[in-house]
Design a protein around this ligand. Structure first.
Ligand code: ARG
Length: 459
């Protein structure tokens, strides 16, 4: 047991209590951030005349040597220390002696951990943004490739109207654009430095909090020392944004699982992204998509956990807040893994254009267009809807599509129909004529692809 405190105690901590209280097993994850924060802190202490320049340099050299040794594996972070802060400080004192004892001047572990967590989350947001960007780039290329790949669009998982695969991918593109924007917003809102807030009430040393903030690339210092050590909103916001990313990936995964079934065969997942069965030799399962869908629950769990942990905590710091870490770390790692794998999976899957087009053709997805044909010939829409309903029924009875129904049968139900009905309800016409902003027609799609191209270039 190596602790930073103990002076006012007359007994050793019970071993079980020590283990229960310790956080080193997980907060060692941010040793780099802890050292970076300490270097900024002593730089500011020297600039404010609280430490000499010689003391500052000695401490910084010591901290950098710890960083190097941990990175190259010569110094192991062990459970002998209560947390990462104790580990760094104890090692510093071992290395440079008494000057190391000055590191913690004007600082508490409460503002230190608030800083470390912020630095860690901030670094991770940058990495997650890069992964979302990669996924958006994949979708962008797929959209360009599939402007003329016809498929049925669904509502209630029933065939509704024909669309294109570019349009379907485009829907997810919009979702990931919003996800990306959310990550940027969170970054900007959280980007204020809590260091210098002390335990809860600031300090009597003349700390230059603006300097610390700028040394650590924050937009400025936080403005209330109690809030600084008690705020975990940014973790909750991040977990919420991550939950939304997972919700999107999960819906997409669900569709890919359906498209990859033997019944649909819209896509075929690459062998490298599929798994087999130990008993059924014929099986090729979409486990990656299923795992992404499954892991969504785990990320939602992290959000619910932290919201629940925070809801009853009085100001300012309370040890409950140590529970922010494991769930947040796990959610971040889970989401990063899921985005990367999902990206690889859709990049390598084969699209079966013929199956998609055939499926769009045989499900009466052009019924609305048949009704629109009548409307264009002066029939009120509600009447047209009824007439086409009758036509669909006639087709179902004969097991044919609207394209195959003879003109006489059309005319028998409504004499307005002429030979040009077949052109009006052809797949190409149904899709190509839909060119309102955001619709699947090629003209409309090309405009969106242009907008996305500019958006992606700008990021
Ligand atoms: N391990 C603690 C946490 O994660 C660090 C802060 C401890 N502060 C304290 N006063 N006990 O929240």
């Amino acid at each position: 047991m190596a602790q930073l405190w103990g002076g006012r105690f007359t007994k050793e901590t019970d071993q079980l209590v020590y283990n229960f209280n310790a956080s080193i097993s997980f907060d060692q994850k941010f040793y780099k951030q802890d050292i970076r924060g300490s270097i900024a802190h002593v730089t500011m202490l020297a600039a404010s005349g609280i430490l000499t320049e010689a003391e500052r340099d000695q401490i910084i050299d010591g901290l950098n040597s710890i960083l190097t040794d941990v990175k190259n594996g010569t110094l192991e972070i062990t459970s002998k220390y209560e947390d990462i802060h104790s580990f760094v400080e104890a090692n510093l004192i071992d290395r440079i002696g008494d000057t190391g004892k000055k590191l913690h001047t004007g600082r508490s572990r409460n503002d230190q951990v608030a800083l470390d967590m912020k630095l860690y989350v901030r670094d991770e947001i940058v990495e997650i943004k890069a992964l979302v960007l990669e996924l958006m780039n994949t979708l962008h290329s797929l959209m360009k490739e599939h402007i003329h790949t016809y498929m049925p669009g669904f509502t209630h998982l029933q065939k509704a109207q024909p669309i294109t695969l570019a349009h379907h991918f485009g829907a997810y593109m919009e979702m990931f654009k919003r996800d990306y924007g959310r990550l940027c917003d969170i970054y900007a809102r959280m980007n204020y430095c809590p260091l210098g807030s002390g335990a809860l009430a600031g300090t009597t040393y003349p700390l230059d909090r603006k300097l610390t903030a700028s040394l650590l690339d924050f937009a400025g210092p936080t403005l209330n020392s109690m809030d600084s050590v008690a705020d975990r909103d940014y973790c909750i916001e991040l977990l919420s944004a991550l939950s939304t990313i997972m919700m999107h990936l999960s819906r997409f995964s669900e569709e890919i699982i359906i498209w990859n079934t033997n019944e649909y065969q819209f896509v075929e997942l690459d062998d490298a992204y599929s798994t087999g069965s130990s008993i059924m030799p014929q099986k090729k399962n979409p486990d990656i998509a299923e795992l992404v869908r499954g892991k969504t629950g785990r990320v939602y769990g992290a959000l619910t956990s932290l919201l629940t942990t925070m809801k009853g905590i009085p100001l300012a710091y309370n040890k409950d807040m140590q529970e922010d870490k494991e769930f947040t770390f796990d959610a971040i790692d889970t989401v990063k893994g899921c985005i990367a794998l999902f990206n690889g999976m859709i990049k390598t899957m084969t699209v079966n254009k013929d199956r998609m087009e055939a499926s769009a053709k045989n499900g009466f997805t052009n019924a609305t267009d048949a009704a629109d044909y009548l409307v264009n010939h002066g029939v009120p829409f509600r009447d047209a809807h009824g007439i086409v309903g009758e036509l669909v029924l006639a087709c179902i009875e004969r097991n044919i599509s609207l394209d195959e129904l003879p003109l006489d049968d059309y005319k028998a139900i409504c004499p307005v129909f002429e030979d040009d009905i077949y052109q009006a309800i052809s797949m190409e016409e149904c899709v190509n004529k839909r060119n309102t902003i955001g619709a699947p027609g090629p003209e409309a799609m090309n405009k969106i692809i242009e907008i996305n191209e500019a958006y992606l270039k700008d990021l």
